[in-house]
Design a protein around this ligand. Structure first.
Ligand code: SF4
Length: 323
């Protein structure tokens, strides 16, 4: 009897705590929406962001969709909830707008795996081969590359280029994935995404045994061995479309688990299982509602790119967008 009472009390306390937390989130979300309106700002959120940020975004998408959106907006301020290279791309494309990265420490380890000098040396080693820079690169690296790509358009970008050899930086897994769909020789750089690298074919085998009929959806940043056992491979926005259109109950999701928030909301009755418990990007989770309020109120964490770098990097992004 005593135990039952204690159990009920704990549940009531948990419920009250949750109600308080939900109220607090709602107050912050309303404040942000008001601030955005007041300042003629737009909030862009990557698919890996926290659910409470996805909920109030003017637009949510993958890197390619967000860069197109940033390029088209009439707002004077772009609040970019993602990681630094994404906000930097928005700043490169929109010199007349203010771009804010709400948490200045939100970076990407893959970006730090290559420098502009590395690219210059690759160009010397493979003379004449065009350089395709994944958008997950610094502005300086984009500035010494020929064209950018995202995971959604990498195959198209590579196949659009002249010549037999193409240098792809910095993600070796994306490069290996593209190699499956082109006759060109891909010169790969050994960068990678730490969270995506964690999923193994063994994880998928175990989950498929546990959830018979489950469909495995992988991101091109996964290792080739994991791609080999995938039922479908695409960028995050491609995944949203795929799970909506595919008639299965269980989906094993091989990308950052933030994506599952919207999948669950939009696909009642379907079950989404992370492919690996380590599929969490700490950098994508650095941004909180408080960071957005603080940066927008104080106009902090504005992304600036030196003009000479910006002009060159812009050319690489424009070459991609032209496709
Ligand atoms: S998910 Fe991977 S590639 Fe994307 S920001 Fe995080 S570490 Fe970088």
């Amino acid at each position: 009897m005593f135990l039952m009472k204690e159990y009920l009390n704990t549940n009531i306390v948990d419920k009250l705590n949750k109600d308080d937390k939900d109220r607090d989130i709602k107050v912050k979300q309303d404040l942000i929406r008001n601030l955005l309106k007041e300042k003629n700002a737009i909030l862009l959120a990557h698919n890996y962001q926290r659910g409470e940020i996805q909920d109030i975004a003017d637009f949510q998408g993958d890197s390619l969709e967000l860069s197109i959106k940033a390029n088209k907006t009439d707002a004077s301020i772009i609040v970019f909830c993602g990681v630094r290279f994404m906000a930097e791309s928005a700043a490169i494309m929109n010199p007349d707008k203010i771009v804010i990265l709400p948490n200045k420490n939100a970076g990407c380890p893959m970006v730090d795996m290559i420098t502009p000098n590395d690219i210059i040396n690759l160009k010397k080693d493979y003379q004449g081969a065009p350089v395709v820079a994944y958008v997950n690169t610094s502005a300086e690296c984009k500035a010494v590359s020929d064209i950018c790509c995202t995971s959604a358009n990498a195959v198209k970008v590579v196949n659009s280029l002249a010549g037999e050899k193409v240098i792809m930086v910095p993600d070796k897994n994306l490069g290996s994935y593209v190699q499956r769909f082109t006759d060109k020789e891909i010169i790969n750089w050994p960068g990678y995404c730490p969270p995506h690298r964690r999923t193994t074919p063994g994880d998928i085998k175990a989950l498929k045994e546990k959830y018979p009929g489950a469909v495995f959806v992988a991101h091109p940043e996964s290792t080739p061995e994991t791609i080999d056992v995938a039922d479908h491979v695409s960028s995050t926005s491609g995944m949203y479309r795929y799970v909506k259109e595919t008639d299965a109950k269980y989906f094993i999701i091989g990308t950052e688990r933030g994506i599952i928030y919207k999948m669950e909301r939009e696909n009642q009755g379907k079950v989404f299982i992370p492919a690996n418990s380590g599929l969490v990007c700490p950098n994508m989770k650095r941004t909180h509602l408080e960071d957005i309020i603080e940066s927008l109120t104080g106009m902090k964490n504005i992304i600036e790119v030196p003009e000479d770098i910006r002009i060159k990097a812009r050319k690489s992004i424009e070459n991609m967008l032209a496709l």
